[in-house]
Design a protein around this ligand. Structure first.
Ligand SMILES: [Zn+2]
Length: 455
């Protein structure tokens, strides 16, 4: 039995030209059996089905290499690490993974989550218990005192339920990598820097070169890819020299970093949607605004655009991801914003951005050689879009235009189900973002009777 998919336009995900009036066939194994002009396609047999997508733009399912399944649309790091039990976070992660599929994303990498949440969600989907995206799963970030995810003061430490795992020397790091690999992760995540800076403002790398190289070699020896968080120049350089497969952010890269990346083959996942959304969405009363983060992030964004354009021109590979899982990047909402940013701010053509989000990003994914391109032998993960993203890349953010999503040939039908964030995520004890001194209260509420007698 073959399913014949008639495409109005077919964008295969690789460098092959866009075709009109093409048809591809899907076998019972969920793989693409043939791709051809509709007139040359094998005849439709009595048992076969035809999907008439002749009015639609058909392309491989989109890929997001940076979606944290267990963060739960968090408003704070404590939301991520503390307030919900691990078991609930896994169930919640599955619910949100389905929202990602509904937005046209058929594969994600979950690069750093507490416990075994991401790989459990991955397995539940792979074993056929639930529908959801293909997931490339990491375990906890390996971090040090200077790295992301060691958020809390030294007298609290890194709780067991945290997304980070504090390692204090190379032996502990190697042991943690071996444990995670035994548990079945697809990749290892390193927190290569955090927020600690020197007097000149430069970000401190959390691991030194020797430690980084040791961890990357061990992960590679065990057959796993390595992905890192590295915003600063130093962390980016150490990662590139060590042959890290994928570097998130790399906003302060320089020519030395670019040379090292070209030599070792490290790709960049710029993840520009996260800072862009902080700049565009944060409201004046929110803590991020009060702490001055909007202007800080905006400055960094402008620097990042210049540096990443330089890296793109030099030929560094770029993959698409969004840091979805925060309150500014809720699941299923902004994944395709990254493609718009690739086109608008990083100098990619729409076709290049689409290739980045399909065949190129597939290179980092587990079994990536089986997805990302619509060609014979690959899995039939594809979407049918109303309109051409080659003409307007932003239409991919319009969920009403993502008409059909198929994974392994099977059509996904995800129910549109709402939820109450106050029950699901917002368990923090934080209550106020202002300080109500007499002066402040008078400024805020001049018409009220408060303290009128004192004036
Ligand atoms: Zn992240």
């Amino acid at each position: 039995m073959t399913t014949h998919v008639r495409c109005g336009t077919l964008f295969a995900g690789d460098a092959s030209p866009v075709r009109s009036d093409a048809t591809f066939g899907i076998g019972d194994d969920g793989k693409i059996a043939f791709v051809s002009a509709t007139t040359d396609a094998p005849p439709v047999g009595a048992q076969d089905t035809v999907l008439d997508y002749s009015g639609l733009f058909v392309m491989p399912g989109l890929l997001d290499v940076h979606t944290h399944l267990a963060y739960g649309n968090a408003k704070s790091e404590e939301d991520i690490d503390l307030y919900q039990p691990m078991e609930f976070r896994a169930l919640r992660g599955l619910f949100f993974a389905q929202k990602v599929v509904a937005a046209g994303y058929t594969s994600i990498c979950a690069p750093g989550d507490a416990g075994q949440i991401s790989l459990s969600v991955r397995n539940a989907i792979n074993f056929g218990l639930f529908e959801g995206p293909r997931i490339t799963a990491a375990g906890r970030y390996l971090t040090t005192r200077q790295g992301l995810t060691d958020w809390y003061p030294t007298w609290i430490g890194v709780p067991d339920t945290s997304i980070g795992r504090l390692v204090t020397n190379k032996d502990e790091a190697i042991e943690e990598i071996r444990v995670q690999v035994k548990n079945g992760v697809d990749c290892i995540k390193l927190a290569m820097d955090g927020v600690q800076t020197r007097e000149d403002g430069s970000l401190v790398a959390a691991f030194n070169q020797d430690e980084t190289t040791t961890m990357v070699e061990e992960a590679h020896r065990l057959g796993k890819r390595v992905v890192v968080h590295a915003r600063g120049r130093e962390a980016t350089l150490y990662s590139a020299r060590a042959g890290v497969d994928l570097i998130f952010h790399a906003y302060y890269l320089d020519d030395e970093c670019i040379d090292a990346m070209l030599k070792s083959g490290s790709a960049i996942g710029p993840t520009m949607t996260f800072p862009r959304n902080i700049i565009d969405f944060t409201q004046a009363h929110e803590p991020a605004a009060i702490k001055g983060r909007i202007s800080d992030v905006e400055r960094e964004y402008i620097t990042a655009c210049e540096n990443l354009q330089k890296a793109r021109r030099a030929g560094v590979t770029m993959m698409t991801g969004t840091d979805s899982g925060f309150a500014v990047t809720p699941y299923g909402e902004w994944h395709a914003m990254e493609l718009e940013i690739f086109v608008r701010d990083l100098g990619f053509t729409p076709a290049e951005a689409l290739r980045c989000a399909t065949s190129v990003t597939a290179r980092f994914m587990a079994n990536g050689g089986r997805i990302g391109v619509l060609e014979g032998g690959r899995l039939a993960d594809f979407i049918a879009v109303d309109g051409s993203p080659l003409e307007n890349i932003a239409i991919l953010q319009d969920k009403s235009r993502i008409r059909h999503v198929h994974i392994g040939g099977k059509r996904m039908q995800i129910p549109e189900r709402g939820y109450d964030p106050r029950q699901v995520t917002d368990r923090s004890w934080a209550n106020w973002s202002d300080l109500y001194t007499q002066e402040r209260v008078r400024a805020l509420y001049p018409a009220r009777r408060h303290l009128a007698a004192a004036e």
